[in-house]
Write a protein that binds this ligand. Structure first.
Ligand code: IPM
Ligand code: MN
Length: 391
């Protein structure tokens, strides 16, 4: 069907980057499910264009993603990413050169990671039920220790005096004693503007989703410079939302409380690095990495959606990985595009398949393949839409 046939509806242009490892397998199911939605719901129109970025492309061409590549992506409405990382490429090259590059280039300053336990999914926390695990983590996505400022200095090449001078000269007011022959340092940066925009997003999200509490997570008792600014901004923004309750938690403590009392949490907002760590913990309490999606969001720009798990090279090509995290990333993408109805149908289909428990991959104790799970969800969408039409 011609995408411009119906003048009332727009076709969204989706850039698909399958990436490495299990990325292509899970993305295939994600696209399958989105295509099924499109078949069943005439108002949803999506156009997929594939990009080869990842290990193979890098090994062949030496390119991670170029400036032109990024410009090309800026013509799209959203980006749908599988996973990046490959044992043939040293750690960091693809992650920094593609994933972080895209997050920074498009100023996707929110990393939205819902933590939701669906009925039928085994929870590793004894006695916790779906109603106990249902919150959002809003992770800052462009600052903190991810800015890449740092270095490594070896004494063999410089005298201790020069090492110290070179560090002072960075003008971050450091006063390090160099003992031993080598030092490395890395600097975290929080900007007032960067903190404000993501913290405000967290409060707006709380209102939109009917949540009543926003928890700030930091480590302002030790990393006093960066996180006291962060905390100051949180308190200032909180005053604009008197209807929302607020609290502070240190990152070490919240790691314990996520396990002990997940039901307490509604919206959690945190700087980049801590957000990275506590969202893996969040993934486990919702049933595992195979179920956890993430959205790298620029509310006024181009956002990117991905499972939060990595490329899992040892499972690549075996058709065993759980595609649900990627399929749920598609749900976040539809929500962000404003396709609320389609997003609801997609989530309902996933929830039904999980609740029935007949088709599930090994991580959930089943023996179904990646593609069988995608098929089951696609069939469930057809079923839901059929019922809808009859009603
Ligand atoms: C994630 C990942 C990335 C991150 C890595 C691959 C750079 O762990 O999306 O959580 O640290 O943000
Ligand atoms: Mn991570």
């Amino acid at each position: 069907m011609n995408i411009h046939q119906n003048c009332d509806s727009v076709a969204y242009k989706i850039a698909v980057i399958p990436g490495d490892g299990i990325g292509p397998e899970v993305i295939r199911e994600g696209v399958k499910v989105l295509q099924t939605l499109q078949d069943c719901m005439p108002e949803v129109k999506l156009e997929f264009v594939y990009f080869p970025y990842g290990a193979d492309h890098y090994l062949k061409t030496g390119e991670t993603i170029s400036e032109e590549g990024l410009k090309e992506l800026s013509k799209f409405d959203a980006i749908y990413l599988g996973a990046l990382g490959d044992p043939r490429v040293p750690p960091g090259i693809l992650e920094q050169g593609i994933l972080l590059k895209i997050r920074f280039y498009f100023e996707q300053f929110v990393n939205l990671r819902p933590v939701k336990l669906y009925p039928g999914v085994p929870c590793p926390l004894v006695g916790k039920k779906p109603e106990d695990v249902n919150f959002y983590i809003v992770r800052e996505n462009t600052e903190d220790f991810y800015v890449g400022i740092g270095g490594r200095i070896r004494e063999k090449r410089r005298t201790e005096h020069e090492i110290k001078r070179s560090i002072y000269s960075i003008k971050f007011g450091l006063d390090l004693e160099v003992d031993g022959d080598e030092i490395a340092y890395q600097i975290g940066v929080i900007s007032r503007k960067g903190a404000e925009r993501v913290i405000r997003y967290a409060f707006e999200l709380a209102r939109r989703k009917g949540k009543k509490r926003v928890t700030n997570v930091d480590k302002a008792n030790v990393l006093t410079h960066v996180y006291s600014l962060w905390r100051e901004v949180f308190e200032k923004i909180a005053k604009e939302y008197p209807d929302i309750e607020t609290e502070h938690a240190f990152v070490d403590a919240i790691s314990m409380w996520f396990v002990k009392n997940p039901e307490w949490y509604q919206v959690v907002v945190t700087p980049n690095m801590f957000g990275d760590i506590i969202t893996d913990l969040g993934a486990m309490i919702q049933g595992g990495m195979g179920l956890a999606p993430g959205g790298n969001i620029n509310p006024e720009g181009i956002s990117m959606f991905e499972p939060i798990h990595g490329s899992a090279p040892k499972y690549a090509g075996k058709n065993v990985a759980n595609p649900i995290a990627t399929i749920l990333a598609g749900h976040l993408m539809l929500e962000q595009l404003g396709e609320t109805k389609a997003a609801e149908v997609l989530e309902k289909a996933v929830a039904e398949v999980l609740r029935e428990g007949k088709v599930r991959t090994r991580d959930l104790g089943g023996s179904s393949s990646t593609s069988e799970v995608g098929d089951a969800i696609a069939n469930k969408i057809r079923e839901i839409c059929g019922i809808r039409h009859q009603a």
